[in-house]
Write a protein of this length. Sequence first.
Lengths: 111, 885
Amino acid sequence: MKGTNLGEFEELVLLTIAALGTEAYSVAICDELERYTGRSAKLGVVHAVLNRLEEKGLAKSHLGDASATRGGKRKRFYEVSHAGKVALTRAKELREAIWRNIPGFNLEGSI
Amino acid sequence: MKKPDPQPPKWATSFLRWYCRPRLLEDLEGDLYEYFLRNVREKGPGRARFVYMLDVIKFLRPYTIRKIELLTFITHFMMIGSYFKTSRRNLVRNKLFSFINIVGLAVSMSVGLLVIAIVNDLRSYDDFHEKKDRIYRVITRHQDDGQPPMDLASSSVRVAQRLGGDVPGIEDFTIIRNGFSGDAKVGQNTFPLEGTYADQSFFKVLTFPLIAGNPATALKEPYSLVLTEKTALKLFGNTHVLGQTVRFDTLDYQVTGVAKDVPHLSHIRFDALISFATAYATFGKKDEGFDNWDNVWSNYIYVTLPKSGNTAGIQRAFNQVSKEENKALYRKKVTLSLQPLKDIALGGKLSNNTGPRMTPLMLWILGGLAFVIILSACFNYTNLSVARSLRRSREVGVRKIIGARGSHVLGQFMAESVMIAFLALLFSFGLYLFLRREFLALDPHIPEIFTLGLSVRSVLCFVALAAFTGLAAGFLPAVFFSKINALSVMKDASGIKIFKHIGLRRVLIVAQYALSLIFIATTLVGYSQYKGFLNFDLGFNTENILNIKLRGKDAAALKKELAEIPGVKQVSQSSMVTSLGSIYGFTMKYQPGAASPGNAPMAGDSALVWMNMVDENYLPIHQHQLLAGKNFTLRPEKGKESEIIVNQQVLKRLNIAGRDPQKALGQVVEVDGQKLAIVGVLKDFHYGTMENKIEPVMFRYSKSETWGYLNLQIASKDVESTMVKIESAWKRFDPVHPLKANFYDQQIEEAYSEFSMMVKTIGFLAFLAICIASLGLFGMVVFTTETKLKEISIRKVLGASEPGLIYLLCRGFITLLAIAALIALPATYLLFDKVILARFAYHQPIGVAELLGGTLAVMLLALVMIGSQTAKAARSNPARVLKSD
């Protein structure tokens, strides 16, 4: 099925969710992504990806408690679903399998 | 006090709430708010708001947009019955307010209907042509070097010749030419007849069905004639006239076809068609310039494109052809382009245009005026509905408690206003029928242009107008009601803040009154200016002068006969009637010293001078004032004149004899190759209309002007019997053409008829605007005094005087009216000073009396209304009012 493929950015977002643990909500994910990649992550992009991940069943979400800091609006917390964990592991294995088959790869001279 | 924390723009949040899916909304709103706070810290509140706005718009994506909720939607339909019932009850319960609303909307919409009918007519022009989407007219741009170009609807015969071979992509084309005119002789009878030349493909390109004759060949041979049914009936008394002959002058024309009468909404109109070959045969052959490329004045060419054709290729071919042909022209350029058939009645300005034409700008102005009037009636509705909200808030409260959402209440009130608008439409249609009759009678030219008939399209537009008016009128009240808080209404109905929107209502009243005052002041000032034009001292007499148009026959005999009628004092003759707008001029050359042969001629000067050819009686009849010299004394034959009379401006322009009238006598000027001596100098007078400054004018002598006018000075008593005698004298003189005689003063009135039409139209609109504004104000006054009745009673009990109470109640309204007047009067003054009267070289000063008069009348009307209502309230018995609670 086309929808189950994990795009590069989707993979990053999913990993970030996993890394943040219980604090994974949209703004925090954006900040964390920015910290990792050094590029700015726009809320619009991340929000769309989160929505798509949830649609694909790779992530789950629930609303948290209300807090005064957000104008009384609740946060939506995300966590990686079972299917999401499988997809992440598969992606990692795929890469490693290919890495293993590259003979004598080194970064000499290229940095 | 601490400044409140910066908040994101409210509308952006509302917008987000409106479009976003409920499931995504809460956390998204929170996210955006978090970012907003962060931005406020980092970039400042202004920038943060901007980013917030952008973000809200950026989040408008397929996955965030909410789906239409079918249930809410269906509920509206289920509830329509209930809405209808409550609306009807409300209409009946508040008769005064219903009356004001319905009458106001009906009156204003009738104007809208009229404008719709006018626009519809113009848009339906030439709709009857089968190939209407593929027909184009070839139009011409004619440009002399160093002069602005002239755009013409007409083109040259040469174009038609080139179209045949050198322009690909054309299916058919036809050429027509105006200007056939003659006396048709059938048996013993003679009828004047004007016709249009048309070539043989005329019926192929344009759809004018023939009831007899072959459309392919009817206009092929020279001296062929196609009559319309009406003309055939006029000439022969029946329409079976194929093969009959009609004699014009010395030539016989054969009737080769009978066409159906031309539809009313056609820009091409004709009584008879004459084959184009006739034009060649009669004068085209002799006239060397007939098919010149730059002879672009009297032919009209129409082309049809094939079904899938486009104009780009044709335009390229046109450019090529123009380039080739322009090589032969000296210092000028003629270029061609195509104009779609449907743009002819509603397009830009072209010289030599045929048929009626209205610029889109004019339509916008008309539409704008109608819009303003309708808006005024909508203001009434809005004002009164919001003001009365107290009465209906309980109903809304109950609806909300039962489960209506804001959108349902909104829908209900919109539906109600639309219903009222439709009710008003019924009345307004009746008014429209009356208006239509008045409009068609406004000017004799209007029925020629418009039919204002009903069509499916116009009826649909009427309905759309009513729906739109209803929505516009009901929008604000509906929003207001939908926001009512159900709980607080049910607890204490008086707690609802009905005076919260008082600012809005004040603005609406001021706008209404300012508009009404502008209209009325415009009418009065316009009318006084119009009267000013009619009574303007033109510098000569126009009273009791009857101008008779001659039709090409030498009128010496008629003149003699007319002079013998006892009511006719004097008869003179002129080539034209001045001061009506038509002009005719020649170049005058003057060389100082040329009169006395001894002096060496100096360099001369020349100028364009307007001219009228008159006889020796003309100046006395019109009482032109001679500053020096005398009237024409010699009676020369045509072409042998030696005398000329000029006005002061000629002396000034050509600097003759130091501008001294006495010394100018005897100076010789050259006009049209003739040397003429100045025998008289006239005081300046108006040759053109008030739009032009007084310019140089000359009078030359002519014994007989066969296409000119006879000017009769009529004794002012018993004009009718004199007219009868003049008529019978004319019948003996020229039995073919009907007598065309008009009094000079009437002709001047006609020359300014455009102005009088404008005054009438604006006057009518002023009347409507005032009616509507007064109705609205009346409603507001009634409402305000009703709501304040208790307050008044208590004040009275505590000892307030009646005048004091009236003043208290009136004060607010009077301030509003004063503000309206302060806006309206300067606006009107500027409108006249800078726009309307700027066109006229001569006009009366703008009268303060006219400006203020209308305002005072309107104010007085308003005061009477306010006064009567407030006085009634002030006089009420406080005991009775207070007892009921």
